[in-house]
Each structure stands twice: as C-alpha cells, then as structure tokens.
Design a protein. Structure first.
Length: 217
C-alpha cells in the first residue's frame, strides 16, 4: 500500500511553503544590517573630486584617504591626505593633512597632527592631542579640548576650547588656557598662565584687559 502523501493538493503543502518563505525572509532581515554595514566600509579611498572618487561618499574609510583634489566621505579612521582638502560628514579619528582645508562635520579626534594650508574647521566636539596648524585659521566651533600646540598665521578661533599648552597667532581666542597665548590680540575666559600680545583679555582674571603682558592663576 502506497502511503506517500501528495503535498501538491493539500493545505499541508501551502502551510509548509508559507513557513519556508517566512524563514527565508526572516534570515535575510537578520543578515541585512550586517551586510549593509560591511558594504559601506573601505580600507582605502582614492578621490579626484566628489563624485569622482572610489568608494563613494557614503562609505566609511578605515585606513587612508588620498585625495588628488578633495574627497568627501561619511567617517574617516586613519590617515587623511588631500592636495586641496577633505570633507568628513561624520566622525574623524586620526591624522589630517591638506593643502588648503580640513573640514569635519562630526566629532574630531586628532592624535598627532591636523595641518592645513588655509583652514582646519571642526564643527562638532574636537579632541586634539598634538599639533593643530594652519596658515589661515584653526576653528573649533563647540566645546573641545586641545593638548599641545595650536598655531596659525591669522587666527585661532576656539572660544569653547580648553587649551592645555599654547596658542600662537595674530588673534587667539579660547575658553580656558592652561599655558601660553602669544599674538597681537589674545582672549580667554579664564587664564591659568601667560598672555603676551598688544592686547590681552582675561574675562575672569584680576586684570581683564592688559597690554603687552597678562598673567592669570
């Protein structure tokens, strides 16, 4: 007696296939975030100008970005080299060197060097250990910390930055300075060190305005 079951003409077959399809979709849904995350990470980026770059701007670069003119990516972790400049839409961690500008629109962590021919601009929180240098301006727009040296030929615009070390430029502005400011005009909310310049401002100091030399404790 043949006891084989004909699935093709039964509700059991429909139920079996429905469960199978559901498992396939569930498995794909679980894998999708991981496959997507893996797909947007690259160890290397080569760029002429966006969008003439590989990989495309939505990628995170974990290694090195080399831009023949400038590049634009989501996050950078590593070494960033640009003939003209580089734009990071998210977070930056590493060393940034460019001929004209470095622009980071997320959190910035510099260990060693951030160097630009014209401007370093960090629009979110920045933590810099080492040297931040530009022939034009260094600009840190929100609460930040710099341990080391911030130097520019024109201005260091760091009104919300605590400086542990030195600021050197024609115009220097910081929140708290633990060390030294040298320039034509120096400004700090609270100075724990020395200002040397034509005009020196220490908002919470004994001498709020002082020519040539100001000392804060």
């Amino acid at each position: 007696m043949n006891r084989s079951f004909d699935f093709s003409n039964s509700l059991a077959y429909d139920y079996f296939m429905t469960k199978k399809i559901a498992y396939i979709f569930l498995f794909a849904a679980l894998l999708f975030p991981y496959s997507k995350a893996m797909a947007i990470v690259s160890p290397l980026s080569i760029s002429l100008v966006p969008p003439l770059q590989f990989p495309t701007s939505e990628f995170t670069v974990t290694g090195a970005r080399i831009s023949l003119l400038w590049g634009k990516h989501r996050d950078i972790y590593g070494i960033d080299l640009g003939v003209l400049g580089n734009i990071t839409e998210g977070n930056f961690v590493g060393i940034g060197i460019s001929g004209i500008f470095n622009l980071t629109q997320g959190k910035t962590t510099i260990t060693g060097l951030q160097l630009a021919g014209l401007a370093n601009i960090n629009t979110k929180e920045a933590k810099i250990v080492g040297l931040q240098a530009a022939l034009g301006i260094n600009e840190n727009d929100v609460a930040s910390t710099l341990v080391g040296l911030q130097i520019s030929a024109i201005a260091n615009l760091s009104a919300f930055t605590n400086i542990y070390g030195a600021q050197i430029g024609l115009y220097n502005h910081a929140l708290e300075v633990y060390g030294l400011q040298i320039g034509l005009v120096n400004s700090a909310k609270n100075l724990h060190g020395v200002q040397i310049g034509l005009l020196n401002f220490n908002d919470e100091g004994l001498f709020r305005v002082s020519p040539i030399l100001n000392i804060g404790f």
